[in-house]
Design a protein around this ligand. Sequence first.
Ligand SMILES: [Zn+2]
Length: 319
Amino acid sequence: MMGYIKYLFLIGLLFTNNLFAAPEYAASGVEMKAVQVSEHVWYVKGASGAATENEGFISNSGFVITEEGVVVYDALGSPSLAQQLIAEIRKVTNKPIVKLILGHYHADHIYGAQVFKELGAEIIAPVGVYKYIDSDVGINRLEERRISLYPWVDDDTYIVKPDRLLDKAETFTLGGITFLINVVGPAHSDGDMTLYIENDRVLFSGDLIFEGRVPYLGSSDTRFWLKTLEKMEMQSLQGLVPGHGAAAKEPAKTVSLTRRYLAFIREKMGAAVEELEAFDEAYKQTDWSEFANLPAFKEANRKNAYQVYLSMEAEALED
Ligand SMILES: [Zn+2]
């Protein structure tokens, strides 16, 4: 009898240990290498391709090293990827990771957030993200990724709620480095914000700007987004890290592709709406050759055009 109780006790201990141990995430097999952008700024670059290719490593994440700690921008598409990102950070600094700034809430940028939360980082996100967190889209997407990205996204993966929501621009200083968070509002998603590192003049643009590929417009407010891009003072930038694709060597050029694409699609779809032309007809009549050779054109362009067509119909009713 005593032996049996002792046995139960030992089993219990084992369970208790497991409960309190740090969660273990499936190891990822992707190639990830931190690249230095400027004196204090680094980033890792996701692969191009569909959302569930390359273990979901399709978006970028960046980090800024200061004397007093590390600030991370975006958390990648799985806890496993975030764990690998942290290993990359640890190759260049032992400073604590104090803040995670989530530029927007889309699956490919946020599922790694729980790993940073476990480290005690403060998680900051733009106002509007609860629209995603509480939506069927957000919930269903996670369910789907638990299958399509298993074992890197599984039942233990959850959508982390931010510790703090920002509804307007904010500046903070850490270890002598000045950070400017710009809350852009609903542009590419329900809420977007960029992070600018003043000392280095480097901008993390999130998905407001895509390098060398057709952007996925989703449910974005393209009118507001286009205005934002037009306003950005890119000439003064030293570096630009987009949400996807390589850090820009010439920031102004990178911005210009996304801006031109948005302007073009709004011009063509806007004209069709005005002339009461059916979408299919307008889409067929449009000469897309300027963008047709870019990555993601086939996957994204028709959906993008249709979204813009519908939203411009709604805009026309507003005016
Ligand atoms: Zn993205």
